[in-house]
Design a protein around this ligand. Structure first.
Ligand SMILES: N[C@@H](CCC(=O)N[C@@H](CS)C(=O)NCC(=O)O)C(=O)O
Length: 205
Protein backbone atom coordinates (compact mmCIF):
# COMPACT_ATOMS: atom_id res chain seq x y z
CA UNK A 1 0.00 0.00 0.00
CA UNK A 2 1.24 3.46 -0.83
CA UNK A 3 0.10 6.77 0.67
CA UNK A 4 0.74 9.77 -1.53
CA UNK A 5 1.02 12.73 0.83
CA UNK A 6 2.35 16.23 1.18
CA UNK A 7 3.95 17.26 4.49
CA UNK A 8 1.39 18.92 6.77
CA UNK A 9 -1.45 18.67 4.23
CA UNK A 10 -4.74 16.96 5.13
CA UNK A 11 -3.07 13.69 4.14
CA UNK A 12 -1.39 13.86 7.56
CA UNK A 13 -4.63 12.48 9.06
CA UNK A 14 -4.52 9.40 6.82
CA UNK A 15 -0.83 9.05 7.60
CA UNK A 16 -1.79 8.91 11.30
CA UNK A 17 -4.38 6.20 10.59
CA UNK A 18 -1.78 4.11 8.77
CA UNK A 19 0.59 4.42 11.73
CA UNK A 20 -2.24 3.54 14.13
CA UNK A 21 -2.93 0.42 12.06
CA UNK A 22 0.75 -0.48 12.06
CA UNK A 23 0.88 -2.54 8.86
CA UNK A 24 3.64 -1.91 6.30
CA UNK A 25 3.03 0.92 3.84
CA UNK A 26 5.08 3.21 1.69
CA UNK A 27 4.84 7.01 2.07
CA UNK A 28 5.39 8.82 -1.23
CA UNK A 29 5.94 12.57 -1.04
CA UNK A 30 4.03 14.79 -3.48
CA UNK A 31 5.28 18.31 -3.04
CA UNK A 32 2.19 20.53 -3.46
CA UNK A 33 4.25 23.72 -3.12
CA UNK A 34 6.30 22.69 -6.15
CA UNK A 35 3.17 21.74 -8.13
CA UNK A 36 3.93 18.00 -8.19
CA UNK A 37 0.17 17.33 -8.03
CA UNK A 38 -0.19 18.64 -11.60
CA UNK A 39 2.67 16.61 -13.10
CA UNK A 40 1.85 13.52 -15.22
CA UNK A 41 3.63 11.24 -12.74
CA UNK A 42 0.91 12.10 -10.21
CA UNK A 43 -2.11 12.85 -12.42
CA UNK A 44 -1.72 9.45 -14.06
CA UNK A 45 -2.47 8.05 -10.59
CA UNK A 46 -4.97 10.67 -9.40
CA UNK A 47 -6.32 13.06 -12.06
CA UNK A 48 -7.92 15.13 -9.25
CA UNK A 49 -4.43 16.45 -8.37
CA UNK A 50 -5.10 15.99 -4.66
CA UNK A 51 -3.65 14.28 -1.65
CA UNK A 52 -4.38 12.06 0.21
CA UNK A 53 -4.26 9.39 -2.49
CA UNK A 54 -3.98 5.75 -1.51
CA UNK A 55 -2.66 3.15 -3.93
CA UNK A 56 -3.77 -0.23 -2.64
CA UNK A 57 -1.87 -3.48 -2.92
CA UNK A 58 -3.92 -4.56 -5.97
CA UNK A 59 -2.95 -1.29 -7.71
CA UNK A 60 -6.39 0.31 -7.39
CA UNK A 61 -6.50 3.92 -6.26
CA UNK A 62 -8.67 5.46 -3.54
CA UNK A 63 -9.20 9.21 -3.23
CA UNK A 64 -11.21 11.49 -0.90
CA UNK A 65 -10.34 11.53 2.77
CA UNK A 66 -13.63 10.09 4.11
CA UNK A 67 -13.55 7.18 1.63
CA UNK A 68 -9.92 6.33 2.41
CA UNK A 69 -10.48 6.57 6.17
CA UNK A 70 -13.65 4.46 5.96
CA UNK A 71 -11.91 1.78 3.89
CA UNK A 72 -8.96 1.64 6.30
CA UNK A 73 -11.33 1.29 9.25
CA UNK A 74 -13.44 -1.44 7.61
CA UNK A 75 -10.47 -3.46 6.40
CA UNK A 76 -8.76 -3.35 9.81
CA UNK A 77 -11.71 -4.05 12.14
CA UNK A 78 -9.47 -5.21 14.98
CA UNK A 79 -8.14 -1.65 15.27
CA UNK A 80 -11.62 -0.34 16.17
CA UNK A 81 -11.23 2.82 14.12
CA UNK A 82 -15.03 3.03 13.88
CA UNK A 83 -17.47 2.16 16.66
CA UNK A 84 -19.45 -1.10 16.11
CA UNK A 85 -22.78 0.38 17.08
CA UNK A 86 -24.65 1.79 14.04
CA UNK A 87 -25.72 5.00 15.77
CA UNK A 88 -22.22 5.71 17.10
CA UNK A 89 -20.69 4.80 13.73
CA UNK A 90 -23.05 7.15 11.91
CA UNK A 91 -22.21 9.97 14.33
CA UNK A 92 -18.49 9.38 13.78
CA UNK A 93 -18.98 9.68 10.00
CA UNK A 94 -21.10 12.79 10.53
CA UNK A 95 -18.22 14.41 12.47
CA UNK A 96 -15.61 13.22 9.97
CA UNK A 97 -17.53 14.70 7.07
CA UNK A 98 -18.01 18.00 8.89
CA UNK A 99 -14.26 18.30 9.53
CA UNK A 100 -13.36 17.58 5.91
CA UNK A 101 -16.24 19.21 4.00
CA UNK A 102 -16.87 22.25 6.17
CA UNK A 103 -13.92 23.02 8.46
CA UNK A 104 -11.35 22.17 5.79
CA UNK A 105 -13.01 22.72 2.43
CA UNK A 106 -15.10 25.77 3.40
CA UNK A 107 -12.91 27.35 6.10
CA UNK A 108 -9.23 26.49 5.66
CA UNK A 109 -9.39 26.31 1.87
CA UNK A 110 -10.35 30.00 1.86
CA UNK A 111 -7.44 30.77 4.18
CA UNK A 112 -4.86 28.78 2.21
CA UNK A 113 -6.15 29.23 -1.35
CA UNK A 114 -7.99 32.57 -1.35
CA UNK A 115 -7.28 33.02 -5.08
CA UNK A 116 -9.56 30.04 -5.83
CA UNK A 117 -12.50 32.04 -4.46
CA UNK A 118 -12.17 35.34 -6.32
CA UNK A 119 -10.75 36.50 -9.65
CA UNK A 120 -9.84 39.81 -7.99
CA UNK A 121 -6.65 39.81 -5.87
CA UNK A 122 -7.97 42.86 -3.98
CA UNK A 123 -10.79 40.68 -2.58
CA UNK A 124 -8.53 37.98 -1.18
CA UNK A 125 -8.34 39.50 2.31
CA UNK A 126 -12.14 39.39 2.51
CA UNK A 127 -12.11 35.75 1.40
CA UNK A 128 -9.60 34.93 4.15
CA UNK A 129 -11.72 36.74 6.75
CA UNK A 130 -14.68 34.60 5.74
CA UNK A 131 -12.48 31.51 5.90
CA UNK A 132 -11.47 32.41 9.44
CA UNK A 133 -15.13 32.92 10.47
CA UNK A 134 -16.05 29.52 9.04
CA UNK A 135 -13.09 27.80 10.73
CA UNK A 136 -13.96 29.40 14.09
CA UNK A 137 -17.58 28.33 13.72
CA UNK A 138 -16.42 24.82 12.81
CA UNK A 139 -14.23 24.53 15.89
CA UNK A 140 -17.09 25.80 18.07
CA UNK A 141 -19.30 23.01 16.69
CA UNK A 142 -16.60 20.37 17.25
CA UNK A 143 -15.88 21.74 20.72
CA UNK A 144 -19.49 21.01 21.67
CA UNK A 145 -19.29 17.56 20.09
CA UNK A 146 -16.27 16.80 22.31
CA UNK A 147 -17.91 17.92 25.58
CA UNK A 148 -17.27 15.31 28.28
CA UNK A 149 -15.34 13.06 25.88
CA UNK A 150 -11.69 12.39 25.09
CA UNK A 151 -12.47 11.51 21.47
CA UNK A 152 -15.41 12.28 19.19
CA UNK A 153 -16.86 8.75 19.33
CA UNK A 154 -15.70 8.12 22.91
CA UNK A 155 -12.59 6.19 21.87
CA UNK A 156 -10.21 7.12 19.03
CA UNK A 157 -11.81 6.81 15.58
CA UNK A 158 -11.31 8.00 12.01
CA UNK A 159 -13.27 11.16 12.94
CA UNK A 160 -10.46 12.19 15.30
CA UNK A 161 -7.88 11.92 12.54
CA UNK A 162 -9.79 14.53 10.53
CA UNK A 163 -10.40 16.82 13.49
CA UNK A 164 -6.72 16.47 14.33
CA UNK A 165 -5.45 17.83 11.02
CA UNK A 166 -7.78 20.84 11.13
CA UNK A 167 -6.84 21.56 14.77
CA UNK A 168 -3.18 21.24 13.83
CA UNK A 169 -3.64 23.79 11.04
CA UNK A 170 -5.61 26.11 13.32
CA UNK A 171 -3.16 26.05 16.21
CA UNK A 172 0.18 25.59 14.46
CA UNK A 173 -0.27 27.28 11.08
CA UNK A 174 -2.84 30.01 11.76
CA UNK A 175 -2.01 30.72 15.42
CA UNK A 176 -5.68 30.37 16.34
CA UNK A 177 -6.67 29.89 19.95
CA UNK A 178 -8.72 26.72 19.82
CA UNK A 179 -11.72 26.36 22.13
CA UNK A 180 -10.80 24.36 25.23
CA UNK A 181 -12.13 20.91 24.27
CA UNK A 182 -10.48 21.14 20.84
CA UNK A 183 -7.19 22.33 22.40
CA UNK A 184 -7.27 19.38 24.82
CA UNK A 185 -8.14 17.02 21.94
CA UNK A 186 -5.16 18.30 19.93
CA UNK A 187 -2.86 17.76 22.95
CA UNK A 188 -4.27 14.24 23.36
CA UNK A 189 -3.69 13.53 19.68
CA UNK A 190 -0.14 14.92 19.78
CA UNK A 191 0.64 12.57 22.67
CA UNK A 192 -0.30 9.47 20.67
CA UNK A 193 2.81 7.55 19.55
CA UNK A 194 1.38 7.19 16.02
CA UNK A 195 0.98 10.96 15.73
CA UNK A 196 4.47 11.58 17.09
CA UNK A 197 5.93 9.24 14.46
CA UNK A 198 4.05 11.04 11.68
CA UNK A 199 5.06 14.49 12.94
CA UNK A 200 8.66 13.25 12.87
CA UNK A 201 8.38 11.61 9.45
CA UNK A 202 6.72 14.64 7.83
CA UNK A 203 9.14 17.07 9.51
CA UNK A 204 6.37 19.00 11.27
CA UNK A 205 7.97 19.29 14.72
N1 LIG B 1 -12.00 16.61 -0.50
C1 LIG B 1 -10.63 16.14 -0.62
C2 LIG B 1 -9.72 17.23 -0.19
C3 LIG B 1 -8.31 16.92 -0.50
C4 LIG B 1 -7.55 18.20 -0.63
O1 LIG B 1 -8.11 19.29 -0.85
N2 LIG B 1 -6.23 18.08 -0.50
C5 LIG B 1 -5.38 19.23 -0.66
C6 LIG B 1 -4.25 19.23 0.38
S1 LIG B 1 -4.88 19.50 2.01
C7 LIG B 1 -4.71 19.17 -2.00
O2 LIG B 1 -4.25 18.12 -2.41
N3 LIG B 1 -4.65 20.29 -2.69
C8 LIG B 1 -4.04 20.36 -3.95
C9 LIG B 1 -3.60 21.76 -4.27
O3 LIG B 1 -3.55 22.57 -3.35
O4 LIG B 1 -3.30 22.01 -5.44
C10 LIG B 1 -10.47 14.94 0.27
O5 LIG B 1 -11.38 14.76 1.08
O6 LIG B 1 -9.52 14.17 0.16
Amino acid sequence: MKLMYSPGACSVGIHVLLEEIGKPYEAHLVNLREGAQFKPEFTSVNPKSKVPTLVRDDGSVLTEYPAIAYWLARTNPEKKLLPDDVEAQTRAIEALDYCVSTLHMQGFSRLFRASNYTPNPADEEKVKERGMELAEKGFAVMDKALAGKDYLAGSFSIADSALFYTEFWGAKRMNMTLPSNCAAHLDRMMARPAVQRVVQQEGLA
